[in-house]
Design a protein around this ligand. Structure first.
Ligand SMILES: Cn1cnc(CNC(=O)c2cc(-c3ccc(F)cc3)cc(O)c2O)c1
Ligand SMILES: [Mg+2]
Length: 214
């Protein structure tokens, strides 16, 4: 039977990356997506911006919305201080199954909790289920029409504190116009746009970094 793109991406990791070496996993995925098959990972160009924001925030608690194959999960988790935790939500069980294996290949299982299901269902349960107080960093990379409702939900559930950083992928392509309008016009956020390109292409895209002001 035919393999799926995520399965072929995992195969490229297992063939070309070194177990326990997150940077070699990132490199293997980027090579596969640039030279074999495009896939919707944040990619190497926007990934460097992601890395710099993670390093600057030095978060103890991270939430990622949209795991896909675990590329950004591995990028973020490889930069976390000891005892820091990353919770990543993925709706699609097939993507989640691949992501678990990519995260394991990188040797980052201890730092990552992958949760399968809808963000709208899980966000209200974060505190009771995972003992989370607030998130220091949230990486939004799931369905683009969920960025705004899920941000409002995180506010309502008290998951953001003064200084929490939201970093959103794809604010230009595919685009998240309602989310951008909200974080750029709301007095409760200070927002900054990092111009870049859609992963592995010359098409414009970018990341929006928004600091919650409480
Ligand atoms: C099915 N599904 C499960 N998770 C998701 C959420 N992610 C996206 O939709 C997504 C899409 C694109 C993209 C796709 C086609 C195109 F022509 C241009 C851009 C890029 C990204 O970086 C993304 O994160 C979708
Ligand atoms: Mg994306």
């Amino acid at each position: 039977t035919q393999s799926t793109r995520p399965q072929r991406l995992l195969g490229a990791v297992q063939k070309n990356a070194t177990r326990g070496d997150p940077r070699s996993v990132v490199r293997a995925i980027d090579h596969f997506c640039r030279h074999k098959e495009w896939a919707m990972n944040v990619g190497d160009e926007k990934g460097c911006i992601l890395d710099s924001v993670v390093s600057e925030v030095n978060p103890a608690a991270v939430l990622e919305l949209g795991t896909y194959c675990g590329y950004s999960t591995v990028r973020i988790a490889s930069l976390l201080p000891p005892h820091a935790k990353l919770i990543t939500l993925e709706f699609n069980p097939d993507f989640a199954a691949i992501a678990r294996q990519v995260i394991a290949w990188a040797g980052l299982e201890e730092k990552v909790q992958l949760v399968e299901g809808a963000s709208g269902d899980w966000i209200p349960k974060m505190k009771e289920q995972f003992g989370v107080k607030t998130f220091d960093l949230v990486f939004l990379d799931h369905w683009k029409d969920r960025y705004l409702p899920d941000t409002k939900l995180m506010e309502e559930c008290g998951l953001l504190r003064k200084g929490s950083v939201l970093l959103a992928d794809n604010v230009i392509c595919p685009g998240t116009p309602d989310y951008l309008e909200y974080v750029r016009s709301s007095p409760r956020y200070t927002s900054q746009y990092f111009k870049s390109h859609l992963e592995y292409t010359k098409v414009e895209d970018g990341l929006e970094k928004s600091v919650f002001l409480g």
